[in-house]
Design a protein around this ligand. Sequence first.
Ligand SMILES: Nc1ncnc2c1ncn2[C@@H]1O[C@H](COP(=O)(O)OP(=O)(O)O)[C@@H](O)[C@H]1O
Ligand SMILES: Cc1ncc(COP(=O)(O)O)c(N)n1
Length: 270
Amino acid sequence: MKHVPCALTIAGTDPSGGAGIQADLKTFQELKCYGMAVITSAVAQNTTGVKDVHHLPLGFLEKQLQSISEDMPVHALKTGMVAQKDMMNVIADWIPKIDAYYVMDPVMIAQSGDSLSEEESREVLRNQLLPLTSLVTPNIPEAEEITGKRIKTEKDMKEAAEAIVKNFGAGAALVKGGHKKGTAVDYLFDGNEIYTFESERIQTKNTHGTGCTYSAAITAYLARGYSLPEAVKQAKHFVTEAIRHSFDLGHGSGPTNHFAAREEVSNKWM
Ligand SMILES: Nc1ncnc2c1ncn2[C@@H]1O[C@H](COP(=O)(O)OP(=O)(O)O)[C@@H](O)[C@H]1O
Ligand SMILES: Cc1ncc(COP(=O)(O)O)c(N)n1
């Protein structure tokens, strides 16, 4: 039987479809992976911001994870919104039971400015989850939170990526420059080398879910067997096209276009 790459996301929801679990599953599907999803929190949100959050009970999170590991193969997984420290502990206990790449998007604050994680969970993220990762993908504010150092320059971004691997035990770190001025440049440190991934900055307010989409795309390429630098390179292309052809939907920061990188539609549909 043909082997299908299997990718799992453990994250919160976005009923408006641009971020969270919904963005991850769309991305897995676009990138020809069998997508699976474990929900941490149900979030009432849209392009304008977060209205309410309902955390699922811990025992139920455990049962969802067990439903995967007792039955399904996982080649790569990602975590997105994991708001509470006890949820992080449950996930940290579960990950070593499966043999898969682990990409952590350390979601802390939504683009709308709403907090998506409890302050006290950040210590557990650093100490329990980071050492289990194959890759962590912080934006600049998240990299500052992890390292405790301000990031102002591109040199600071590279140093943060190195510190997150060397001092906090992440497998690799990709510090994303979506929140700075100038080109959209991201730096990957894989324990040996710094790699640079750069694209032009697209002038749009419609960037809801970019971080989710990017980390899901990296996860999908890892599930498909790409090396880490190649997975990031392909995922960067995927997210750049998704932003370039993002949708002017909703009244806030609109969602990215998860099918923009499809060659067969890019000329016809847009
Ligand atoms: N306006 C933009 N034009 C092009 N690329 C962008 C833009 N905004 C963000 N990116 C890219 O999108 C990806 C997600 O980055 P970022 O927005 O920093 O993440 P997050 O959603 O976690 O804050 C990165 O590759 C970043 O460089
Ligand atoms: C459930 C969930 N997870 C993550 C984000 C972050 O989204 P963004 O990539 O826009 O910062 C979000 N808004 N909702």
